[in-house]
Design a protein around this ligand. Structure first.
Ligand SMILES: NC(=O)c1ccc[n+]([C@@H]2O[C@H](COP(=O)([O-])OP(=O)(O)OC[C@H]3O[C@@H](n4cnc5c(N)ncnc54)[C@H](O)[C@@H]3O)[C@@H](O)[C@H]2O)c1
Length: 360
């Protein structure tokens, strides 16, 4: 097993640290010895993992500010001098994108431009990962696996806003970053993530947990939609590998876009995920189906062979293992006697994953 000392004492700026993935990345970076500066709005969901479990204690600085505020972002980056940046802050929900299209575009597109501008104003930054999504591709429902070279598209506002982030980042790289040698940038596209601590509205795992643990009926949209389920730690460890490679890279081969999707055999239908959750949480709730209101892609698979070949990144958990870790997390959280130990429980899951991933 390899020891990863790279992150020890590295200063990292993490935008979106108060969100689902950001909370996990805060703890993982802390576990690896990095000093993390967080920049995000307050968490929206109630409950939420970040404030609810006081994850602020694992940060060097915890800024609560808008990503649309370029002046603030620049001052934070100049003061903190991070050598690595992870940009996760976003309006991250497809359904919220339909409800608030303008805000989604502004947060995601202007937010990303601001991060790229802020990095440009600080020589300390050596590598940056801009997180988009698997939904950036033009999906004609032909059940193909999308390679990084596939055409970009985006049917809904969230997806198209993220596709715009991809185009803008590529353009910033060509226009500025390839000329300046100090910072190398990549974008990362991953599938729907699961894991403890996600109370975002309209997410299937949260809906399963809240129904199954409290014996309420579960209503699901698109039960037959086949999704590439992956535990949140899978892409996060991919982003870490990518950032590390960019940091040392001299020939710029890691600059560009990267898929971090699960294997096709990790695809499961929404209905099967719900049934598995019901079994793990030992529930008697009924699973009811409803019509979807808005368009959501039925099939979405990524081809991640580039990440396997050049980053030696691969999925370490089966879909069932990922779901088990996730449902067990919520079971532990909702048990009144153990809730205050949820951070330790999460660190145990991180250490378990590190072993599977092959690092100590
Ligand atoms: N969760 C998934 O399944 C998934 C899948 C693919 C890609 N992604 C992407 O990963 C990133 C993180 O996703 P998540 O699930 O943790 O989302 P989340 O909604 O849980 O968290 C979003 C974070 O962004 C911050 N944020 C939102 N608007 C902001 C603003 N105007 N200014 C500053 N901060 C703002 C929030 O405060 C929060 O910290 C997003 O970019 C998302 O698009 C998520």
């Amino acid at each position: 097993m390899k020891r990863n000392n790279f992150w020890k004492n590295k200063t990292v700026l993490l935008t979106g640290h108060t969100g689902f993935k950001g909370s996990w990345l805060t703890l993982i970076l802390n576990n690896l010895g990095a000093k993390v500066i967080g920049y995000a709005l307050n968490p929206i969901s109630k409950p939420n993992f970040f404030d609810g479990s006081n994850l602020s204690q694992f940060l060097k600085k915890d800024y609560r500010a808008n990503i649309k505020d370029l002046k603030k972002l620049k001052s934070v980056i100049r003061k903190g001098k991070p050598s690595i940046v992870f940009h996760l802050a976003a309006q991250s929900s497809v359904l919220a994108g339909y409800k608030n299209p303008k805000d989604t575009v502004e947060t995601n597109v202007i937010g990303t431009v601001n991060v790229l501008e802020a990095i440009r104003s600080c020589n300390a930054v050596k590598s940056a990962v801009i997180v988009t999504t698997d939904k950036v591709y033009l999906n004609l429902e032909k059940k193909i696996k999308f390679k990084e070279t596939a055409a970009l598209g985006g049917h809904d506002i969230y997806s198209s806003s993220k596709a715009v982030c991809e185009i803008l980042t590529a353009s910033y790289i060509k226009s500025f970053y390839l000329k300046l040698n100090n910072c190398k940038i990549a974008t990362a596209r991953s599938g729907n993530c699961i894991g403890g601590g996600d109370w975002t509205k309209d997410r299937i795992i949260k809906d399963c947990v809240e129904s199954f643990l409290f014996n309420k009926n579960l209503i699901i949209r698109s039960p037959k939609a086949s999704r590439p389920w992956q535990h949140v730690m899978e892409p996060l460890f991919g982003y870490l590998k990518l950032a590390q490679k960019l940091y040392f890279d001299n020939n710029k081969k890691f600059v560009g876009c990267w898929n971090f999707g699960p294997n096709v055999k990790n695809n499961l239908k929404v209905i099967d995920v719900a049934k598995l959750g019901k079994k793990i949480l030992n529930s008697k709730s009924k699973i009811l189906k409803t019509k979807k209101i808005y368009y959501e892609s039925e099939h979405l698979s990524l081809d991640s062979r580039k990440s396997l070949k050049f980053l030696n990144w691969k999925i370490s958990l089966t879909a069932k293992e990922a779901l088990k870790l996730t449902f067990e997390w919520y079971k532990f959280y909702y048990n009144r006697t153990s809730r205050d130990k949820i951070v330790n429980f999460t660190f145990n899951q991180i250490n378990y994953y590190k072993k599977k991933f092959g690092i100590s």
